[in-house]
Design a protein around this ligand. Structure first.
Ligand SMILES: Nc1ncnc2c1ncn2[C@@H]1O[C@H](COP(=O)(O)OP(=O)(O)OP(=O)(O)O)[C@@H](O)[C@H]1O
Ligand SMILES: [Mg+2]
Length: 160
C-alpha cells in the first residue's frame, strides 16, 4: 500500500493528522519518518486534537515519550507520543520500554522510529514526510497491512 498527499502549510499537515486521528483506534502504531522540522510533531498534534486530548502536546524529544488520555470512537484510549531521535543503541529501545506501548488500549505515534525497526509491529502505519522550511511537504503513507487502504480512504482524498 502506498499513497501520497501534498501539504502546503503546517495547518494542512495538522488537518491531515486530525483526519488520520479520526480513523485511529486502540492498538494502532503510527511511525513518523522525516528529517528535523519536517512536520512530524505538527501531524501528531492534529491526531491529539482528533482524540480530544486536553493538554497541549509538546515534543517528547528530551523525555522520549509522553502519555495522554483521549477518546477514539467513543472509547477511552491512551495516546503515547514518542520521539526516539536521541536514542543511539537498539538496547536503549528496550530500556525505555518502547514495546510496552504496543497495547490494545493505546495509540502509539513514534517519531524517529528507525532505531526500533526490529520490534515495530508488522501492521504499523508508516508515514514519511519530505520537505523542510516553508516548502510544501510530500506525505507518503505505507504499510505491510493492506487493511490501511480501506481505513485511510476517507482521509486521503482530502485536498490539503
Ligand atoms: N507543510 C508543512 N507541514 C508541516 N510543518 C510545516 C509545513 N510548512 C512549514 N512547516 C513548519 O515546519 C515546522 C515543523 O516542525 P515539527 O516540530 O512538526 O517537525 P518535526 O518533524 O517534529 O521535527 P523534529 O524531528 O525536530 O521533532 C514547524 O515550524 C511548521 O510551522
Ligand atoms: Mg518532532
Amino acid at each position: 500500500m502506498d499513497l501520497e498527499v501534498q501539504s502546503l502549510s503546517a495547518d494542512c499537515t495538522h488537518a491531515l493528522g486530525y483526519n488520520l486521528g479520526k480513523a485511529l483506534r486502540g492498538g494502532d502504531v503510527v511511525c513518523l519518518f522525516g528529517d528535523l522540522g519536517a512536520g512530524k510533531t505538527a501531524l501528531a498534534k492534529g491526531v491529539g486534537k482528533a482524540l480530544a486530548v486536553q493538554e497541549p502536546m509538546t515534543s517528547p524529544t528530551f523525555t522520549f515519550q509522553i502519555e495522554y488520555s483521549g477518546i477514539a470512537r467513543d472509547n477511552p484510549v491512551r495516546l503515547i507520543h514518542m520521539d526516539l531521535y536521541r536514542l543511539r543503541y537498539p538496547e536503549e529501545v528496550e530500556i525505555i520500554g518502547v514495546e510496552d506501548a504496543f497495547q490494545e488500549d493505546t495509540i502509539c505515534l513514534i517519531e524517529w522510529p528507525g532505531i526500533a525497526e526490529d520490534i515495530l509491529p508488522d501492521d504499523s502505519l508508516e508515514i514519511r514526510i519530505e520537505g523542510s522550511g516553508e516548502e510544501p511537504r510530500r506525505i507518503g503513507f505505507s504499510s505491510h497491512s493492506e487493511a490501511w487502504v480501506e481505513r485511510l480512504k476517507d482521509i486521503i482524498p482530502f485536498e490539503y
